[in-house]
Design a protein around this ligand. Structure first.
Ligand SMILES: [Zn+2]
Length: 304
């Protein structure tokens, strides 16, 4: 695999260009520090693990730092030491079998939101209900996160609901979020099945599918007939923080973990109509740390 292939291992859900003037020092500084201001758990545990160096994965014996991307388990870090996040919808990530797992950020999502994230290896994917599942993928017919719910409602409306359904839905959604927050704080208070059951009554979206692979492979997976009928959603105006972007690939292609994060942020604000207060920032717990390590290494090498 060429280095270009590796560099393209980004979620292609955001193709809008955001121009940063190369003359502006402020803009450049901002571009280098795009992950500032996130509400993150302390990175002390990762710093300590990094000082200790790589360890052998207890399952496969591979030499790993922080986690094993083959076994999807933590290495040298315990589950109590990392943040765990409850998501408002289930996330499925479909990855291409030929990809190098070590390049993927999909595993970050699985480790940080284990009860809400499932990773599938193509072509082993579930049958999806097109009324309740969307695919994040840029295409001519893709809609914004903001318009996504309306598209799902329209599909449902045309069969069994009238127009009075929508305001009612908004109110119920707020209640649902409060309930979800409550559940996250008190894990004993509800089982995942109960949560999923209440979601299905409250709003149609139950699951969001992301594709984790290079651009060519993503196209192949997205045209699979099992994904064809899903509403496609595109993220707009998001700029990647992915540390490999300096090697000459479009900055607007997102790493999978970035795509999930930005989707959820938009979902929270536009679909749940809630103010965003950093609820999902910790999805970038590993990503932001790795980003800062790479930036430090570049600074000390005098490349900036
Ligand atoms: Zn392993």
């Amino acid at each position: 695999m060429s280095s270009l292939d590796q560099d393209q291992r980004l979620h292609p859900c955001c193709r809008d260009k955001i121009t940063v003037s190369s003359d502006s020092l402020d803009a450049r500084e901002l571009a280098k520090q795009p992950l500032q201001g996130l509400k993150l758990a302390s990175h002390a545990v990762l710093e300590k693990a990094q000082q200790r160096g790589r360890l052998k994965c207890s399952k496969c014996g591979g030499s790993r730092m922080f986690f094993c991307y083959t076994c999807c388990s933590l290495v040298g870090v315990s589950v109590q030491e990392i943040p765990l996040i409850k998501l408002p919808v289930k996330i499925d990530i479909i990855k291409h079998p030929n990809e190098t797992d070590g390049k993927s950020t999909a595993i970050h999502a699985k480790l940080l939101a284990p009860s809400d994230v499932t990773i599938y290896t193509y072509p082993c994917i579930p049958e999806y209900d097109k009324d309740k599942v969307v695919l994040v993928f840029p295409s001519p017919r893709a809609v914004s996160v903001q318009n996504m719910m309306q598209h799902l409602h329209n599909a449902t409306d045309s069969r069994s609901y009238d127009r009075t359904y929508e305001p009612c839905l908004k109110r119920l959604k707020r209640e649902e979020v409060q309930e979800a927050t409550h559940t996250a704080e008190n894990p004993e208070s509800g089982t995942p099945d109960e949560t999923e059951g209440s979601e299905s009554k409250v709003y149609p979206l139950q699951r969001v599918v992301f594709i984790d692979s290079t651009w060519n492979q993503t196209n192949k997976i997205s045209t699979d007939e099992r994904l064809q009928d899903l509403v496609q959603v595109e993220l707009k105006m998001r700029k990647t923080c992915f540390w490999r972007h300096q090697k000459g690939k479009p900055e607007s292609y997102l790493a999978t973990i970035e795509a999930i994060y930005y989707f959820l942020k938009d979902f929270h604000e536009h679909c749940l109509a809630q103010e965003y207060n950093g609820e999902y920032d910790n999805l970038l717990f590993f990503y932001s740390y790795l980003h800062s390590v790479v930036n430090k290494a570049k600074s000390s090498a005098g490349k900036c």
